[in-house]
Design a protein around this ligand. Sequence first.
Ligand code: RIB
Length: 302
Amino acid sequence: MPPRIVVVGSLMMDLVVRAPRLPLPGESLLSHSFETLPGGKGANQAVAAARLGADVAMIGRIGRDRFGEILRTKLEEAGVSTRDVSVDPEVGTGVAVPIVLDSGENAILAVPQANLKLTPREIEAAAGVIRSADLLLLNFEAGMDAVEAAAETATQAGVPILLNPAPITPHSPELLAKASVLVVNEVEAAAIVSNVKGDHAAELEALRRFAPRAVVTLGAGGLVAAEADGGFAFPAFPVTAVDSVGAGDAFCAALGVRLCEGASLFDAARFAAAAGALAVTRPGAQSALPSREEVERFLADG
Ligand code: RIB
């Protein structure tokens, strides 16, 4: 049976600008191109997990507008259940402005809008879906009371949580402590454990005071990870980067899928790193997410 994964988080329309560099304050900078593409950390993770073979349900909130309709359709096309994607009558669908540089690196301005109107009431309405899941994938791009409520519902039902606290936002230490696996990038690691910035061993040790398993993704630098049995690091797969938007979401989803399937943290992280590497070789967030076959072929050819 495929793993049942429930994602609580954001759906956003990405207004993607490709630019030679980030503009300075006060500057207008001529850029290369513009595209409107489906994104949002939650929706990206949901589509990624579905493409990797999981049975996925999304809990989130959109506005009553064209962007919301498109995002719902994209999830459904990927086979994700959208029964618990609710529509806010007043606030528009979330939008993000990823600026993608020639190097493939990105910086993102995110305006969550309707995502912030996801409340504990919607989580309560979908509690049965959370309770019957094998894993809750959770990010911080939605209303934080809803994020807390989802984590509490999963914890009470014994459902493990893979928490990706992105974008980093004020949160309680108790929320981090509900995670079975904490996945952070360098920015998020530094915000959570500010006194050991850049010292990855110390970062992992500090993150593991919250969660039994911790992973710090380092972009082109690969990753470091730790659990009770010890830690490991490996370099990034060498690929030509086109667009890194959504690569972290591909990583989280792939890690979650393989952990649900019983893989070790090391094997799951390697599979996830391959999914993330493939995602940076193509433009867009959801449009770049690889299938299970692609990831397995990439690892086999490795
Ligand atoms: O993680 C990438 C996502 O973050 C983008 O798709 C954008 O929507 C932002 O929310």
